[in-house]
Design a protein around this ligand. Structure first.
Ligand code: PMP
Length: 285
């Protein structure tokens, strides 16, 4: 694989980052994952805009312009011959001379910018979408700024492991009795044709796929309600699903051992998946 590190394209085994990098020592960094379909970038603009916001919320200067970022994404797709897959981008505050809690002076330390590709043939035709996934619920004990896409992914990672141990695919996190989101995705239920998903706040990541899917749903005259819901409400819903850049729209067929409806993905989620894939491919860059 050819990867990108601070302005250079290198074979992955030659790419290096300092041990003093604050991303490594303190998870002081942000990231984005953009999907590639047909060799083109899905929702690139949305990801670039959210990246800028994550950086500014953490007082990090943007080390690369949106146009240059687009070029790097495209170049990595080309160099690695990616038809379907993902591009991972990470920006950290950089590597000061020593470990210190205080942010380094941005004049003295340059941020670390890393991008790499993940080849995923069959991403759009994922057979899991026809079966749906099973989720468990776990308490949401993450910090209070989940709207910033930081690389602090230990708890979501533990949540995935708890799900795996329980023979499931993912975990929905619950705070004050209400579902916040999945470990790496936004969570939805469908009741009487209405799509219900948690409203935006600092409690969840403002998913780029979420924004697109809700827009397409409204354009298709589907009813959308942005509010929180409990696990019990989800278990008695007609359908449930998740969205993310890597899963697009993925039906959920079981929550904490309770089968939803007849245990199949239902109508709304598969339709939204189809619309999302069609429309975002048309707009791909
Ligand atoms: N919530 C969390 C916690 C996530 O990690 C992600 C994906 N990284 C999402 C939601 C979905 O966001 P997007 O649609 O932008 O991939």
């Amino acid at each position: 694989r050819t990867v990108y590190v601070n302005g250079e394209y290198l074979p992955e085994n030659e790419a290096k980052v300092s041990i003093f990098d604050r991303g490594f020592l303190m998870a002081d960094g942000v990231y984005e994952v953009t999907s590639v379909l047909g060799g083109k970038l899905i929702d690139f603009d949305g990801h670039a805009v959210r990246l800028e916001r994550s950086l500014s919320e953490l007082d990090m200067p943007a080390p690369i312009s949106k146009d240059d970022l687009l070029e790097v994404h495209r170049e990595l797709v080309r160099l690695n011959g990616i038809d379907e897959g993902l591009i991972y981008l990470q920006i950290t505050r950089g590597a000061p001379d020593d470990r210190d809690f205080v942010f380094p002076d941005p004049e003295k330390v340059t941020p670390t910018v890393v991008l790499f590709t993940q080849n995923k043939p069959g991403l759009a035709a994922n057979p899991q979408a026809a079966k749906g996934i099973k989720v468990i619920s776990i308490e949401d004990i993450r910090w209070g700024r989940r709207d910033i896409k930081t690389v602090q992914l230990l708890y979501p990672s533990m949540g995935k492991m708890m799900a795996k141990k329980a023979g499931c695919d993912d975990a929905w996190m619950v705070e004050e009795g209400k579902v916040t989101e999945g470990t790496s995705n936004n969570a939805y239920i469908v009741k009487g044709g209405k799509i219900i998903t948690r409203h935006l706040s600092n409690d969840i990541l403002h998913g780029i796929t979420r924004a697109a899917v809700l827009r397409f749903a409204r354009e298709a005259q589907m009813e959308v309600e942005e509010r929180s819901f409990t696990i019990e409400e989800a278990q008695s819903a007609d359908e449930a699903f998740i969205t993310s850049a890597s899963t697009f729209v993925m039906p959920v067929v079981e929550i904490d051992g309770v089968t939803l409806g007849d245990g199949t993905p239902g109508k709304v989620a598969p339709r939204l998946r189809e619309i999302y894939l069609d429309e975002s491919l048309k707009a791909a860059m």
